[in-house]
Design a protein around this ligand. Structure first.
Ligand SMILES: [Ca+2]
Ligand SMILES: [Ca+2]
Length: 344
């Protein structure tokens, strides 16, 4: 069942439109579109030695690094339309976590506050008349390889009742691993976690500036990131060492000391996305944050990004995600305006 198209995570009212939007956004984020035309080198993979990553994994202890800020040309005119136009952008200095927020970190938040994530909350049937019963159970969207007899375009996301951050594959799947990035966090969950930690979600500009590490953007599939190798969505060779999520911090850091900015889990930013209808080549409105709009910007791509279907394993790539829906491939990391507490 193509869960995002009927997820009960949508807020009451407009839920049909919202659900359809969510489905399109998820597919955009994960590979529905053909590759952009102007990417001649995008198929080339800067290969990393298989099985070489485990020995390099850092201890994901929540450390932060100082990002000095500066001036840069944000975006790309060479890739997907929503990344254009290139814009001169200034970013002030800030602290950024050197790795994605882990399950162990999120567990501390839940233990201290009793917080219940969006995916765990009861669903009001009155808000979603006509929804099938399984969609009215708490749950979340989980990537599953497509069925041979299914509609391939919509078949790699399933709404799984009981899926949430502790059980990322659903109640019958394995427990979340402490060092893996936390997933199935909706935008509200991410913001509440950030508030508890005394931080915030980075802006898109901050995130992109930090991800670049002072380097110009590349169109190539990176070798130092957890992405997808093989024919998406049917076959993933795992040549980079991981078919699914990797523990946070197992791929080489960029020049700022940041791990997994590209790949592994997508990362929420605090910025909202312009409407899909506004996205057109050269339309500057495509970059305008929309205040409290229903779609937030995620950055960095995930372990599902592949060169044959979705080349969003790049610093300028971006996608919109319904704020009310977490998935099995979206996480976060925090920014801080003041030095965070030791160990935090
Ligand atoms: Ca991988
Ligand atoms: Ca990431």
């Amino acid at each position: 069942m193509p869960a995002p198209a009927a997820t009960p995570r949508m807020r009451p009212g407009r839920h049909r439109d919202r659900a359809l939007l969510a489905a399109s956004l998820l597919l955009t984020a994960c590979g529905q579109e053909p590759a952009p035309a102007a990417t001649p080198a995008a198929d080339a993979v800067a290969a990393a030695p298989a099985n070489a990553h485990a020995a390099r994994c850092i201890v994901p202890d929540g450390g932060t690094v100082w990002i000095p800020g500066g001036h840069f040309d944000m975006g790309s005119d060479q890739a997907y339309p929503e990344e254009a136009p290139v814009r001169a952008t200034d970013v002030a200095g800030f602290w950024l976590e050197r790795h994605e927020v882990t399950n162990a970190q999120f567990a501390q938040f839940v233990a201290a506050t009793g917080y219940v994530t969006v995916a765990e909350r009861p669903v009001d049937p009155a808000a979603y008349p006509g929804a099938p019963p399984e969609m009215l159970q708490p749950g979340s969207a989980v990537f599953t390889p497509p069925r041979a007899d299914g509609p391939a375009a919509l078949d790699w996301w399933s709404y799984v009742p009981g899926a949430y951050w502790r059980k990322p594959q659903g109640p019958d799947g394995p427990d979340a691993q402490p060092a893996d990035p936390v997933v199935h966090v909706a935008f509200e969950d991410a913001q509440r976690y950030a508030q508890w930690r005394g931080g915030r979600l980075p802006t898109e500009a901050e995130w992109e500036f930090a991800a670049r590490g002072g380097q110009p953007p590349s169109m190539r599939q990176p070798g130092n990131a957890n992405t997808w190798q093989g024919a998406f969505p049917e076959f993933n060779s795992g040549d980079d060492g991981y078919v699914g999520l990797a523990p946070a911090g197992c791929f080489a850091a960029n020049a700022y000391g940041l791990h997994d900015m590209i790949g592994n889990a997508w990362e929420w930013t605090g910025d909202r996305y312009a409407s899909q209808a506004q996205i057109a080549p050269g339309n500057p409105d495509a970059r305008a944050p929309e205040g409290d709009g229903p779609v937030a910007i995620i950055k960095g791509g995930s372990y599902l990004c592949s060169p044959d279907y979705c080349r969003r394993y790049r610093v300028t790539a971006r996608a919109g995600q319904d704020v009310g829906l977490g998935t099995s491939h979206i996480g976060l990391r925090l920014a801080f305006d003041r030095p965070p507490p030791a160990g935090g």
